[in-house]
Design a protein around this ligand. Structure first.
Ligand SMILES: Cc1cc2nc3c(=O)[nH]c(=O)nc-3n(C[C@H](O)[C@H](O)[C@H](O)COP(=O)(O)OP(=O)(O)OC[C@H]3O[C@@H](n4cnc5c(N)ncnc54)[C@H](O)[C@@H]3O)c2cc1C
Ligand SMILES: *[C@@H]1O[C@H](CO)[C@@H](O)[C@H](O)[C@H]1NC(C)=O
Ligand SMILES: CC(=O)N[C@H]1CO[C@H](CO)[C@@H](O)[C@@H]1O
Length: 610
């Protein structure tokens, strides 16, 4: 008996290793494609020539290798990976400009980002950074935030307490200890757990790409949890873990404040997801120089160079399948007309719900394997954004390159629950959690682009159902009741902002508007207004789900990329693209990215030595 178990285990390890090191397809990271830095383009019209190329049949290249639905980082990133190995890819975007959550828009002369406030893990020579340099041919630059990069503010107006959060593996705990004397042990233990959990993440990438039977074997034998602390901690809630570490309610809150970056309150958060985010920012936080539109702006030409295209105003209304249930193209709505585009492979960046519930024919949607996947996931929480255009420089308004996480109490579970379960009119009166940042203060090119002005971006959560009744109104002209409700949220949020940032006064505000969950549905195609795609609660982290929801779908030639196949966030969605690319190109691109980082480091050291 024991012998046979040993034999099976050895065979399995050999098989996994063979898989991990197999590299039969071409490697998009083969050669260093970084080019010398070109002069930055700030002219909006010039940039729009790249970002806003409208869909017409005549612009669709012939003999496509793949169609990607959606131009978020999960779609564009994958398109570039494929373009680097010579594939001709068409990216189709429903909105009027490319980028998904990375797109920007301009109102009254103020440029606003949508979904990029800060990104971690971008130290030079690290795989994530090298990969991004490579995917933008060295043209996208990153600006570090201040240290402390986050400010946690707890408590009601008359008693707000501030806790600065610093990056740095030693500085992070050191500074926390200064705020919480006597809690040294809890802080060390917390960080130890976070790091240990993260070391097990490799198994996640493996589960999503290895053959399904291997994944199932690892899960059902319980090996997954033995091999990886990540999966061991995955079923434990953040609240549970943190409550064991300390009795100090204030410290518990500071340990958990970052839940806003994935959207589940601590009691519904998997400790593994939380660890992922804490380590993401442990070495610092960055912002794209020139604003979020730079991301797509530097990726699209690479796709075009390989013969592909990125076309906007191209809503895909269905995926085309032959009788053998194989995808062979998509149908795009051009006005009232359906235009068919064909390719041997269709990849969706539109999220699992849009893809399965809106783009498949009814009979395929009903397939048990599709239904199984849908039943494992649920829609994430809706988002509420407020955009402020201000008269004044960052110095005049005392704005810095950092973020504020403001909470009216330190009991986050209760606070979020009461807010989201409350009557919408009541909840609008006092929004108890708020993210505040100034994108303009983070961008060193801003002053040159918009002298004397600043922007502020505020984000919170809001129920889709609060706004659902107006979802079919025209986006630019919704009912007065909708505008009233929106205004109530704006007013109460503004009060908090003016209290925490005393230099921001009403006379400085030149522009203010809000985006609700139904706004997100319109502009980023989020079916329930969610800002992080599918829900990231504990269920999302079960190994079973992990092995099931992966880039391959039950339908031949149809794949998924982006945040729903990995995790949310810019880095998470790009990891989704890397995982999808691994499947399509039949090689482990995660390892290729690590190899690229090693190579770049060596080369740079050599250059410096000369
Ligand atoms: C307000 C906000 C703040 C955020 N802050 C941060 C942050 O600071 N740091 C961070 O790392 N992450 C942040 N995120 C999360 C991050 O932006 C996302 O997780 C990530 O960008 C998602 O990428 P994606 O490619 O998976 O999806 P998306 O960017 O959502 O792209 C999907 C695209 O598909 C398109 N689409 C949908 N249906 C169709 C169709 N039928 N036809 C054609 N196109 C279609 C959509 O229009 C969209 O462009 C934030 C998100 C939001 C909304
Ligand atoms: C901006 O503020 C300056 C003074 O600080 C003022 O002269 C100017 O008129 C203001 N601009 C607008 C558009 O309000
Ligand atoms: C669909 C999906 O990717 N689910 C999750 C798999 O589990 C890990 C953690 O256990 C998450 O990172 C994924 O989001």
């Amino acid at each position: 008996m024991l012998i046979s178990v040993v034999i099976i285990c050895v065979a399995l390890v050999v098989f996994i290793l063979k898989y991990v090191f197999s590299s039969s397809g071409p490697n998009p990271f083969e050669t260093d494609t970084r080019e010398p830095l070109k002069k930055m383009v700030h002219d909006r019209k010039e940039k729009n020539k790249v970002l806003k190329q409208g869909f017409v049949a005549s612009k669709v290249p012939d003999n496509l290798d793949a169609i990607i639905i959606g131009s978020g980082i999960g779609g564009l990133g994958l398109a570039v990976l494929l373009a680097k190995v010579g594939k001709k890819v068409l990216v189709l975007e429903q909105h009027g400009r490319a980028g998904g959550c990375c797109h920007t828009f301009t109102e009254k002369g103020f440029e606003f980002d949508v979904g990029i406030h800060y990104i971690g893990d971008l130290l030079e020579h690290k795989p994530f950074r090298c990969m991004l340099d490579h995917l933008t041919n060295g043209q996208l630059q990153w600006e570090p935030l201040e240290n402390p990069f986050d400010q946690v503010v707890l408590g009601p107006p008359e008693n707000r307490r501030r806790y600065p959060i610093y990056s740095g593996r030693t500085r992070f705990p050191e500074e926390l200890k200064k705020c919480f004397p006597g809690e040294e042990k809890a802080i060390d233990e917390y960080l130890k757990l976070v790091k240990k959990t993260m070391r097990g993440i490799w198994l996640l990438a493996l589960l999503k790409t290895c053959p399904v039977p291997v994944a199932k074997f690892l899960i059902y034998t319980g090996l997954v949890k033995r091999l990886s602390f990540f999966f061991k901690m995955a079923p434990r809630s953040l609240t549970e873990v943190v409550n064991e570490l300390t009795e100090n309610k204030e410290l518990r809150a500071v340990f958990t404040y970052i839940f806003g970056t994935y959207g589940n309150m601590p009691k519904d958060t998997s400790f593994s997801m939380h660890s992922l985010l804490v380590t993401h920012y442990l070495n610092g936080a960055w912002y794209p120089k020139g604003g979020a539109s730079e991301i797509a702006y530097h990726m699209i030409p690479i796709i075009e160079k390989a013969g592909g295209a990125v076309l906007v105003r191209a809503p895909v209304n269905r995926i085309l399948f032959n009788d053998a249930k194989e995808a062979y193209g998509v149908s795009v709505m051009k006005g009232q007309e359906e235009i068919h585009v064909h390719a041997p492979m269709v990849i969706s960046n539109a999220g699992i719900f849009n893809t399965y519930q809106k783009l498949l024919p009814k009979e395929l949607q009903a397939m048990p394997s599709i239904q199984e996947q849908l039943s494992m996931m649920k829609n994430g929480e809706g988002g509420l954004s407020v955009f402020l255009g201000l008269n004044g420089t960052k110095e005049e308004l005392a704005l810095k390159a950092d973020n504020y996480w403001i909470f009216s109490e330190n009991n986050f579970d209760e606070l979020v629950e009461n807010y989201l379960n409350g009557e919408r009119e009541e909840s609008a009166k006092s929004v108890p959690l708020l993210f505040v940042a100034s994108p303009s203060a983070k961008d060193p090119t801003w002053e040159e682009r918009s002298p004397g002005k600043s922007t502020l971006s505020l984000v919170s959560f809001a129920k889709y159902e609060w706004f659902e009744e107006w979802k079919d109104d025209k986006v630019t002209n919704r009912a007065p009741e909708y505008k009233e409700l929106k205004q109530a949220f704006i007013d109460s949020i503004l009060e908090v902002v003016m209290d925490v940032f005393p230099k921001i006064t009403r006379d400085k505000i030149e522009y203010i508007d809000a985006g609700t969950p139904i706004t997100n549905t319109h502009y980023i195609g989020a079916p329930k207004g969610e800002i992080y795609g599918a829900d990231h609660g504990i269920a999302r982290f079960s190994p079973e789900l992990n092995a099931t929801v992966r880039p391959q779908t039950p339908l031949k030639n149809l794949y998924l990329t982006g945040q729903d196949v990995f995790v949310c966030g810019f880095a998470g969605a790009l990891a989704g693209a890397l995982t999808c690319g691994s499947v399509i190109l039949n090689r482990n691109l995660h390892l290729d990215a690590i190899a690229l980082a090693k190579k770049t480091k060596l080369m740079n050291a050599k250059l410096k030595g000369e």
